[in-house]
Every structure is written in structure tokens, then in C-alpha cells.
Write a protein that binds this ligand. Structure first.
Ligand SMILES: *Cc1c(COP(=O)(O)O)cnc(C)c1O
Length: 370
């Protein structure tokens, strides 16, 4: 599905040198590499504060902790997402309110969010699924203002994407809400060689608070103001990320090129639909996800597997059907989420892809329908 090794080999010398520098310096925790990556990511995203942390799940948890929410407070979250988004809400004793998504973009819309707002709503977590920013971010921010809740963008799959606001200004994904969160898991669009994550915000107060929470609730060493946690990006991962951040736009472009090629060759097939672009966002194609409308998705997956072609189903089960989550919403049945769980299939996409590799995959998909 991805080619982490191929990508590494193309930048090996630079990455190896950066890792060796960290080992030579022995500044493994909060060393100069962490500081430089933090500063470089701030300038890339044009955001005031980046707080690196241990992984994307921690980023989401710390973001929620920054608002001092109380048990029973409601947090609106799409039911069609990776478990981490809802898991941290539940872990903090908050109530996940699982909502449906748009059938074409797979993201929540302002109308969907609006319908789920109650007096207990304290936060909304739009997930920029598969690599494009939730198109209704501005409308969701207006709802937030009106109903007094916070917006945390789950940007784990969309780092590098551009959001075009109605006034013509362009914003990097994850910098539109009150807080943005991302993951540097190796297969993510900006991935390290282990675990990593980061939290972004333009708000000075929130930024200081997040930094404190991620560091045992302390600003001054051994003086703990609040209950926090220990969540750090280590220096070796930061050094690797610094080398890869310089290439992020190039990596996004390579994914977009591969996606357009798939679009071209696969769009004519009856029974299959190619990805639909959000109106206000570029697409960085963390995943290239098709919908299979003829009820043969699993058959297609097995067919490809027999031909040696990997594919994945993100995600096969709605959150509210998961054993761990079903008590939050025993009676819901979200039509689009149900349908997507039956229909979606993601094809390999990565930065080292070429047309020859794609042709093999395209021919295999076509032959399934012949
Ligand atoms: C990967 C991912 C996460 C979690 O990131 P980790 O670094 O694995 O903890 C959260 N949300 C979404 C949508 C993701 O894709």
C-alpha cells in the first residue's frame, strides 16, 4: 500500500546523517532537532504554535484536555473514522456523539454537525479523511461561535493540504479550527520512523496550556499546576521529520499525480466511483479510495489479492457497532456510514509510484469487471 523503504532510499544520506548527529550529541529528548522541526513546521503551516508530541492519538487527547471539559460533555465526531478520534473522547469521560458523513467527500458537513448540537455540546472533531480538508470548516467555525464549542481538526491524514477560504485566503489543513492534530506514524503523509505527533494552534493561551499538559502539567520544573501527561516527540524522529518536511509539498504532488492517473483510467468503469474532491480543499491523497456499488467489494479485494495486488478497507465497521462504543448509541444506524463501510476500497498510493506500477493495478481492476 505504501513504499516507506523506497522513499527512505531516496533520502538515505541526509536522514542517516541527521540521525547520527542526534546520537553523537546524545540530546535524545527535547534536543535542538526537536526545536528546529517545531520552528520549521510552524513556518510551513503558518501557525503560531506547534507542540510536538508522542503520537496522533495523544495529540487528540491533549487537545481535548486543553479545554477543561467535564464528564458528560458531548463531543461530536464522525462515525466513519479511525478509532483514535472517538477513543480519546471516551477515555476522558466525555460522550462521543457519532454522526454521519457526506457520501461523496466522506467528511462531515455543517448541516450534519448542526443537527447534532445540544446544550451539552462542547467540542466537534472534524476528521479530514483520506487527505482533504472538511469543506464546511468555515461554516462549522461559525456554528462554534454561535453555540460556544471548540473545534479540533483531526488532521492525521491531511497534512499539507490547502484550504481555500471564501475570502480567497489559503490556509494549511489543521490551522482553521481552534486546534489541529496530526500523526507522524510511518505510513502517514509526513511519517517518521517510529511514533510521533503534533498539535497546532494560533491561540497563545491554548498553546501554552497544551505545552504544559504534554509536560506533566508543569511550566516550571517540578511545579505541577494541572494533571497532565508525558507526551514527547524524540529527537531522532524530529531529525527525520525535518528532512522529510522539506519534501512534503513534493510528496503531496506525487500522490496527486498518481491519483489523477487512477482517476483517468478508472472513472469509466460502471459500478465503481473514483474519489470526489472537496470544493474548498486540495487533496493530498493519504488514501485513494473507491466506492464499489455492485455489492462485490470483498470479491474485488480477493480478486486483487490473488493477483498479488494489495488493497485495504478503511473502515469496515462503523464506530457505533464496535463492542467498545456501542453503548454510547445503541439504536443509531447512519445510512451513509453503513453504505461506505460496505463499499469503500483503497488502492496502493505513495510517493514512489510510477505509471507502470499503476497500470498493473488498473488492468487488474478493469479485468474484474470484464
Ligand atoms: C493515524 C490516525 C490517528 C492516530 O495517530 P497515531 O499516531 O497512530 O496515534 C488518528 N486519527 C486518524 C484519522 C488517523 O488516521
Amino acid at each position: 500500500m505504501v513504499d516507506v523503504r523506497g522513499q527512505y532510499l531516496n533520502i538515505k544520506e541526509e536522514v542517516d546523517t541527521a540521525i547520527q548527529e542526534v546520537i553523537d550529541s546524545c540530546a535524545f529528548i527535547n534536543g535542538p532537532k526537536v526545536k528546529s522541526f517545531k520552528a520549521n513546521l510552524e513556518s510551513y503551516l503558518k501557525v503560531n504554535h506547534v507542540i510536538p508530541c508522542a503520537n496522533g492519538t495523544d495529540a487528540l487527547q491533549i487537545a481535548l484536555m486543553a479545554f477543561g471539559l467535564k464528564p458528560g460533555d458531548e463531543v461530536i465526531v464522525p462515525a466513519f473514522t479511525y478509532v483514535a478520534t472517538a477513543e480519546v473522547i471516551a477515555l476522558l469521560g466525555l460522550t462521543p456523539v457519532m454522526v454521519d458523513v457526506d457520501p461523496y467527500t466522506f467528511n462531515v458537513t455543517a448541516d450534519i454537525v448542526k443537527a447534532a448540537i445540544t446544550t451539552k455540546t462542547k467540542a466537534v472533531v472534524p476528521v479530514h479523511l483520506f487527505g482533504q480538508v472538511t469543506g464546511d470548516m468555515e461554516e462549522i467555525m461559525e456554528l462554534a461561535e454561535e453555540h460556544n464549542f471548540f473545534v479540533i481538526e483531526d488532521n492525521a491524514q491531511a497534512i499539507g493540504a490547502d484550504f481555500r477560504a471564501k475570502d480567497g485566503s489559503v490556509h494549511k489543513s489543521g490551522t482553521i479550527g481552534h486546534i489541529g492534530c496530526t500523526s507522524f506514524y510511518p505510513s502517514k503523509n509526513l511519517g517518521c520512523y517510529g511514533d510521533g505527533g503534533a498539535i497546532f494552534t494560533n491561540d497563545e493561551k491554548i498553546g501554552v496550556n497544551i505545552q504544559k499538559i504534554a509536560n506533566h502539567g508543569q511550566v516550571k520544573k517540578y511545579h505541577h499546576d494541572v494533571i497532565g501527561c508525558n507526551s514527547r516527540l524524540d529527537s531522532i524522529q524530529a531529525a527525520i521529520l525535518d528532512a522529510k518536511l522539506k519534501r512534503l509539498d513534493q510528496y503531496c504532488a506525487a500522490r496527486e499525480t498518481a491519483a489523477s492517473y487512477y482517476d483517468d483510467k478508472l472513472s469509466g468503469i460502471e459500478g465503481l466511483s473514483t474519489p470526489v474532491r472537496e470544493k474548498r480543499s486540495s487533496h493530498v491523497f493519504h488514501q485513494y479510495t473507491l466506492r464499489e456499488h455492485t455489492g462485490r467489494r470483498d470479491e474485488l479485494k480477493n480478486y486483487l489479492k490473488e493477483k498479488g495486488i494489495p488493497s485495504m478497507v478503511y473502515y469496515p465497521v462503523p464506530l457505533y457497532h464496535q463492542e467498545a462504543f456501542k453503548h454510547y448509541a445503541p439504536n443509531i444506524n447512519l445510512a451513509v456510514t453503513e453504505q461506505l463501510c460496505r463499499e469503500v476500497i483503497s488502492l496502493p498510493i505513495h510517493t514512489e509510484m510510477n505509471y507502470e506500477m499503476q497500470d498493473v493495478i488498473i488492468e487488474a481492476v478493469k479485468s474484474f469487471y470484464e
